[in-house]
Design a protein around this ligand. Sequence first.
Ligand code: G3I
Length: 569
Amino acid sequence: MGVRGNMLLVLLILQGILAVRNLFQNPGLESTNGWTCLDCSGSLSSDKRSGSHSYHVTGRNHDFSGASQEVQVSGGHYYYFKVWVKIDNTANGKWYHDVQGQIDILHNNGQHEYQQVGETNYVFPGRWYLVGGDHYVAGNIKSIRFYVQIPEAGVNYHIDDAQMDEVAYLSNFANEANQRIDNLRKANLAISLSGSASPSGLQVEIQQTKSEFGWGSAVDANMIVDGNKKAYQNFFYDIFEWAVLENAMKWPAIEGSKGNYNYDTPLRAVNSMESKGIIMRGHNIFWGGDFVPNWQKSMSGSQLRPELEKHIKGMVGHFKGKFRHWDVNNENLHLHFYEDKLRDQYITQWMFRETKKLDPSATCYLNDYNIIANSGSTMAYVDQAYWFKASGVPLGGMGIQSHFGAYVDVSSVKRRLDEIAAVGLPVWITELDISEPDETKKAKKYEDLMRLYFSHPAVKGVMFWGFWDGRHWRPQAALANGNNVTPNAAGRKVQELLKRTWRTNETHNIGHGQTVHIRAFKGSYKLLVRHNGHVIHTQNFSLGGHGNNLKINLSGSGSNPHVDHVLIG
Ligand code: G3I
């Protein structure tokens, strides 16, 4: 190995060390060293998540009372904090709690800045939950103190297995992402020519007809079939291969008043898109909080339960086999209407089991927010997925909404995505939008996020949450404007990426006995064989996995060749 090779090895080892470096002292909590109980009593406990001990917190008088550790770091970086927490009891009148990872940043001027890095909601006594998140810590600081907060006093808890590290800054983001895109999203295609005829003037062309990676958008169920909305439809069909109905499948839209159903609107849209080869996600069967139908708000748990069962049957009965994914209980990390009404912490798990039982070919997804646009719920989401997996719930994928404001930082977004990917399930970005008034900046931000998602091994597809400012919940995020649905700078960038940059369409001259090698994006293709400019054969094929070989066998004469067959594989 030469000097460059040695340097590379050292760099790789260094990177590895940095990746696992824990900035907390005594992160395994096998002793109390380094940990302080703020306004509480802390002691070593044999009730542990791993190793032999955890740290037990009792006597909490305030929300902030809890286990803490001060760490000396320099500012100007993002830091990530994680810890496992188990609560012992609930406060009066509560049957679960929200647990927060907090930091107290001590600035050089002596001032304290308190920030929440993440919150795990809906925490019940007796199970270990993952709590944490990240925060950008500006320069001029003395130290950071991490602590675990519960809004209610009197709740005792344990902590174990803590982790704090610096989030890697991606100084070479685009190049590294492009390299990953090449490795992950492309495969080798070899096209060779043999047979009894050996004419000159032969060409092979490959046209990519579908992408293996899913690119799609939310659509309005009426506009996508309305004869007066051709510009809207053209924009959509030109670049997208996946769709989700933005609102028409939600329970209030399906059953606005009890017993009166409107399946027709979504069915018309779904059938129309299906006939055009669009693949769809089903959004959503349940959605708690204020998004339940009004007629449910005053119902008791026992009145509600049979309605839930009826609703799954109705939805699956009408749409069975039409959706690749179901968003089963939208945003259930944050909204607990059904859990609270039925006083059943397992109701979402039941919803997953029932949906999968009735529509086995569909994959059941979680779909939530504050997962990568910020770290508010990242660790809670990871925790929930581990819990579902361990409980045998048919959870098939993790939906991440991805609603961004103007601030987009790919380094921290990638780190959050890596945390999600560690669960090992397929990830879909289900609701991408970036609300940014400046068109040029918006174009760059969409490009960065799309490149990050496309380059991430866990991500299998990206859905935009709308594209037209005439039908967008945040019009400043739109890709196209006005009556003609005219692409703006962001829309033009998305078109360029999806139609050209990340698609393969190539033509090559080829002679008898020759092989053309193409590194092409994975997906479905059409092969055209031309002789002196005239198409003499077309053939569909797909390119995936580790690549494909197409062997074209020619017969006929030099002036009138024809393709006998194309061997694929
Ligand atoms: O269609 C009626 C229109 O006839 C009426 O004049 C108008 C007056 O308010 O309301 C229109 O319906 C609104 C509909 O959007 C279409 O614009 C509803 O009131 C409004 O509640 C609805 O908001 C939707 C929201 O979910 C609630 O369902 C947004 O369009 C939709 O983008 C948003 O989508 C959610 C995802 O489902 C879950 N994740 C977050 C995402 C954004 O909030």
